[in-house]
Design a protein around this ligand. Sequence first.
Ligand code: ATP
Ligand code: MG
Length: 428
Amino acid sequence: MKYAIPRGTRDILPDEIEYWHHIETASRSLFDLYNYCEIRTPIFEESSLFERSIGGTTDIVEKEMYTFNDKGNRRLTLRPEGTAPIVRAYIHHGLHKKSNNTKWYYCGPMFRYERPQAGRYRQFHQIGVEHFGNAHPFSDAEVISMGVHLFDDLGLANLMVVINSVGCKLCRPVIEERLQQFAGSSVNCLCVDCQRRLKTNPLRILDCKKPKCNTYFTGMPDIQASLCNECKDHFNSVLEYLDALRIPFKVDSHLVRGLDYYNRTTFEIVSDELGAQNAICGGGRYDYLVEQMGGSPTPAVGFAFGVERAVLVLQELSDILKKEVSLIYVAPIGFAQQTTCFYLVDELRRSGIKCSIDYSRGDIKSQLRRANKLGASYTIIYAEAEAEKGTMIIKNMKTGQQIEVPVDTIIQFFTNMSKEKSKNENSI
Ligand code: ATP
Ligand code: MG
């Protein structure tokens, strides 16, 4: 019986995993530079955590959550995003009482029941950051600039920051009322979902992906004009700091995010390489969420990016990851030579030398073919003739040059070589 992979999920095979490692390593080292620490939360949480924080009338909560009852009849949900669990952990561990400046990052799988297509899956992975405790526009600008810095480090070109402000408790009702006034007169121009959203959560209609609604909203009055003075000042300061940091951005007064907890700054980082799913990264400020979830009032700002989408862009720029593989292939020729080679690979690996051996292959030709296929830099050849002399042949797979050395100097040969290599790498 053949099993199909669940719809909207993917296996990440070794060909692709290098991109993942590149992204994960660069992210960790950049977050460390900004003094962020990693946090890991469970894959599933109580369903109400997401319902309350993301918002009951969002697409995620209405249509996309993987919710189930466990054997103890608890209602649980596979996390569709990282911020709500992190806020839960922040409160749970009492950090909200210390009014400190907490900077956390996370990496891991998220789950949303969406229509699968390129760059959109049901299990996907996010890497994100959350900065708690600072309401100043400096921290919005710093978080955005950190995202841009990360994508620069990853080698992702042609990205653009798109930014907006969705106001605060004071001015959000004004924005919503204007939206309702604008759309109310011609409700039929909107899709059925948006007709409903217009009543329950008017800002959501701006996030509708249907072309019909999108076109309609191009003529909408500017959200910026409805912001209160404090939100306007905050937004202008963020833009000023981004300018000062020489970060190119575009203000898009229709940009709202798919989650209700955002206030003031919302932003996306988009790439032209991605087609319809063009957002790599999304984020913003969420100053009310900690309090809304039972903690002390704590301002916060963060972002999350989709690893699959970052990998897609990296693959477009395919020469970015041409790593030199330092693999030694060990080729015993003939059954009798296998035991010596079996011990040799163990010793090589214990000395930190990466190597591979294939006990199923016989003649030299097929062994060398295999070595080439694996991208080995050297092959150690050990046939009957060498066994009689107590030597082994080391073949440089790039130049084709061969040298013969005593068996007991093999390890030293490669450890000296790797020492030389790291000396050269470290020299200026
Ligand atoms: P989109 O508008 O593309 O649906 P979103 O606004 O729902 O994105 P967020 O919830 O802000 O996205 O998540 C941040 C990032 O996570 C996105 O910019 C994207 O790169 C990635 N992402 C979101 N949903 C998916 C998915 N279903 N499959 C793959 N990546 C995703
Ligand atoms: Mg979405």
